[in-house]
Design a binder for this molecule. Sequence first.
Ligand code: BG6
Length: 491
Amino acid sequence: MTAQTIPVDPFELVVFGGTGDLAFRKLLPALFHRDQAGQIVGPSRIIAVSRRQMSDAEYKTKTREAIERFVAPEDRDESQVDHFVDRVSYVAVDGAGEDGWEDLKARLGNADAFIRVFYLAVNPELFGPICQGIARNGLNSRESRVVIEKPIGKDFKTAQAVNEAVGAVFDEHQIYRIDHYLGKETVQNLMALRFANALFEPLWNNAHIDHVQITVAEDIGVEGRAAYYDTAGALRDMVQNHILQLLCLVAMEPPTHMDADAVRDEKLKVLKALTPIDGQSVERLTVRGQYAAGASAGGAVKAYSEEIGNGSLTETFVSLKAEIANWRWAGVPFYLRTGKRLASRVSEIVVAFHEIPHSIFGSDAGSVAANHLVIRLQPDEGVKLWIMIKDPGPGGMRLKHVPLDMSFAQAFGGRNPDAYERLLMDVVRGNPTLFMRRDEVDAAWHWIDPILETWKSKGDAPKPYTSGTWGPSASVALIERDGRTWYEDVA
Ligand code: BG6
């Protein structure tokens, strides 16, 4: 894709959890790309930290292996790999204890010369102790930043505890709560589409839009993360953060400008306007599922219960009908669904417009389908606008539903940058627009908590679905009851 690279100021990025999966799979490859592109300049450094004893040389070797594994050969230049590996070093620190902090302090440069970023890619239970270690050792300065990964709590109460612990050391303006969906190209494009075009905004309301669907489907299972996932489930893992953030971007009022607080104020209003789902309505408006054996991601796969051990009531799928109680959206359902081991990996937002009020065409012309705007996040990012046209050629007036189709890969070519590339550079730049503010996290939990509580009090098992399908039949019924269907790309 065409990109403009604006170098960021020199920084020191300390990655707690430096030997973990996130660091090797996402953070180091993302930083490598930014370095290779010339965005990371001067003496900027990445200091990986974890409890394990390891030499710098060993860590550099692991970094090189990660780049070779997670960056396609055509996207890397070997001399650039050497250059990047030179920026990386390692210090063993016990984040929850006393060991190693002096070594870290000695490794860090002058806080006035570098922007200092602490990235906590660790279990959230360690957020508090690590922040205290940072404060105790005098490593925090006004210009320091801390990045925290989800899960931020398991519910409102535990999220408060996490936010309090981090907030005891860092001011809100220093805290970057990452939701990597906000760094995805197409998600940012949603804002461009809505607010840089005069075409859509006048139609963006209940007078013209019938409903919205947001699907984030994965074909993979829980991979190596069962211990975490089984305590979370799909609602906490995907809906509380990624899907609600997407919903906010679709539904928010135009901010006055693209400023962090202006954008986040508008998102917050949407979260606060979500109609509560609790008590009786949970049964009617939500569906929980758990994958059974089947075929997915190219092979036969086991049931979740077999992977985890029998008896888990954790959902690997959820679909629900949300409503936003305000003037713009009253009466427009937002159908949300996400799950593991589904038929394919696809994330998309579908904005379904109303049907035409009256057709002037006879029955020979065929039926007139409603317009749909489909914003696809992955794979093959792009935007499709489904419209009716006359089927070309002789044979009278026959109507056809066709997409105006813009694939970003075809239009712009090149590599699509990973969300972490953008987000990491935003942290260094001090731009929190694409990060969650504390009140957003709180509001999201306020809406999610009653659903979780009702599920828990009822104690029902999630509905089984065969791996490689679109979830339990109840999810189809959820939308079909309203005379609508889940969008399927048939072009
Ligand atoms: C993470 C979830 O936040 O997002 C994972 O914890 C999920 O369970 C992942 O697999 C999906 O991200 P992406 O970018 O692959 O769609």
